[in-house]
Ligand binder design. Structure first.
Ligand code: ZN
Length: 113
């Protein structure tokens, strides 16, 4: 398998998340001061935006971890192998989610509980 395409996609996604995370920091730092500006008309809107940012950050952190693992597996030569069953992960799935750890069969088993 040619992993260089997937590696490029992983590195691109990682820098995307890291730069988005850097941009989110100023929003977090203003959260504490917003209560002192209680008469601002758009305060509620601002709080909603903070919540959305935090949600995105949690998801990004998980993806970031998965990307790091995927890059490590590329180095080890085990990239594209399902972590659970050891079978190769379908190329279409890797193209869609290059940081995935498991094949679609195992993923569906996980969802089923
Ligand atoms: Zn599997």
């Amino acid at each position: 398998m040619d992993v260089s395409t997937h590696k490029d996609a992983l590195l691109r996604k990682r820098s995307e998340i890291l730069s988005a995370g850097a941009g989110a920091k100023p929003i977090q730092s203003t959260e504490g001061t917003s209560s002192r500006q209680g008469d601002l008309a758009d305060q509620a809107t601002g709080n909603n935006e903070v919540h959305i940012q935090l949600k995105l950050k949690q998801t990004d952190a998980k993806i970031l971890q998965a990307i790091e693992e995927a890059l490590w597996r590329i180095e080890q030569g085990t990239y594209g192998v399902c972590r659970d069953c050891g079978e190769p992960v379908a190329a279409a799935r890797l193209n869609a989610i290059p940081w995935t750890r498991v094949c679609i069969t195992c993923k569906e088993k996980q969802s089923a509980g």
